[in-house]
Write a protein that binds this ligand. Structure first.
Ligand code: GLC
Length: 422
């Protein structure tokens, strides 16, 4: 028995070395504030199981995080202000490195350079603040259009919509038909219209696809008060209660997914994670496909860049063990499983040539980061959350009809100027 244990210990050590994961030798227990319930808890549980093989001396307690990113950020900031060691490892949204940098460890000090070199350089750049690498890239998100080829065919449409106008007319036709056939719950198009970060990503897509700018340009120019943006927000407001449920103004990702999964929507805007959940859903299974989001007046569609990365709290009492978990979770070995489980494009470049990844994520390509639109988080850094809150609140007021679009963007522009000190 003892020999067997020594053998297992030896194998674990070899595996850890092969992956350059520094497990240390001390017993440690760390807390990981992970994915929300309902998303992909199994992918994280499996990650933790695999990590146990690599670093048997480290126990990971996983707690579920809030699905709403503003709420999650508030949890982090409250704990960080108190310098609380309550959690060691956290999920870092792609928009947060600038905001959270001061509370996160510089992972350059803990992770082998060989591993850092495996990630897409644009993500390493995104996560590097004043020379400090504050999070390791894990998964890429981007806005995509989910649709039902069976319904398109039923109503005589040969291909998915390439413009918002086409989407509107297809959605209306399919909705009218399905309602007439007795499904009173059916809607043309579901998306994320609640007043939260998800609306910023949706509205940015409408705005950019219409040629209305990207909120704040990388050079710091405020881009919200223009005809193209106004028209884009007005168009989205016209969907509320017509091709989209009246309650869409309180929908987050999971609300849209619920309607879609029940087979009650022709089109859905969501992130890649919904690809595997849809395949596994009873009502739809593989009767769906994905396409780029439609174009507005700009002539091409736009997709917001999302995604999640892994950081270690500066207030952790077990920084080495926490960094070992962050390194393992984002390692090429684990990302292969994790990407397939969550149907989220990986952050490790070499995985895009992996046959299993290609088969499981046919829509993924390593240039996603370049072809998507980033939210203005780098240029606004620690002010990003306030910028986004002003933006989604203004757009939300247009969606609910509380404010007309002209007034909303004019006020938004003034608020952004005041916040950014122009
Ligand atoms: C997804 C994206 C994330 C974004 C969030 C908004 O989780 O990956 O970047 O902020 O949705 O709801």
């Amino acid at each position: 028995m003892k020999k067997l244990l020594i053998l297992f210990g030896f194998i674990a050590l070899l595996t850890a070395q092969a992956q350059n994961i520094n497990c240390g030798t001390e017993e440690a227990t760390i807390t990981y504030l992970g994915d929300p319930a309902g998303s992909h808890p199994a992918a994280e549980a499996a990650t933790i199981e695999r990590f146990k093989e690599v670093c048997p001396n480290i126990t990971v307690n996983r707690i579920e995080g809030d699905a709403n990113v503003q709420n999650l950020l508030a949890v982090y900031l409250t704990a960080f202000e108190a310098q609380s060691p309550d959690f060691d490892v956290i999920r870092v949204d792609v928009i947060w490195p600038g905001l959270l940098a001061e509370h996160l460890l510089d992972l350059n000090d803990y992770v082998a350079q060989a591993q850092i070199d495996t990630y897409l350089p644009a993500l390493i750049q995104n996560n590097t603040v004043d020379g400090r690498l504050v999070a390791l890239p894990l998964r890429i998100g981007f806005g995509m259009l989910y649709y039902r080829p069976d319904l398109l065919e039923k109503y005589g449409f040969a291909a998915p919509p390439t413009t918002w106008q086409e989407l509107e007319s297809m959605a209306q036709t399919i909705q009218d038909g399905e309602r007439a056939a007795g499904n009173s719950e059916f809607w043309g198009f579901v998306w994320q219209g609640n007043a939260y970060e998800g609306l910023t990503t949706n509205a940015l897509e409408w705005q950019v696809s219409n040629g209305g700018g990207s909120i704040i340009s990388p050079e710091g120019e405020i881009q919200v008060n223009n005809e193209a943006a106004i028209a884009a927000f007005e168009r989205a407001a016209s969907w509320v209660g017509s091709i989209s449920p009246p309650g869409i103004t309180s929908y987050q990702e999971e609300d849209a997914r619920a309607v879609w999964h029940a087979g009650n929507a022709a089109f859905m805007r969501n992130w890649p994670y919904a690809y595997s959940t849809t395949l596994n859903s009873e009502a739809i299974g593989d009767s769906f496909a994905v396409a780029p989001l439609p174009a507005g007046d700009a002539g091409t569609g736009a997709s917001s860049l999302g995604g999640w990365h892994i950081g270690v709290s500066k207030y952790s009492s077990q920084p080495e063990a926490a960094a070992a978990f962050a390194a393992y979770m984002t390692s090429s070995e684990n990302q292969k499983f994790y990407s397939i489980d969550t149907s989220s494009p990986p952050a490790v470049l070499a995985l895009y040539s992996d046959e299993d990844i290609k088969a499981a994520l046919p829509f993924a390509s390593p240039d996603i980061v370049e072809i998507t639109t980033a939210r203005p988080s780098t240029v606004t850094a620690e002010k990003y959350n306030e910028v986004s809150t002003l933006y989604f609140s203004a757009v939300h007021s247009v969606l609910t009809g509380e404010e007309d679009a002209d007034t909303a963007v004019a006020l938004l522009e003034l608020d952004l100027e005041a916040l950014l000190g122009e």
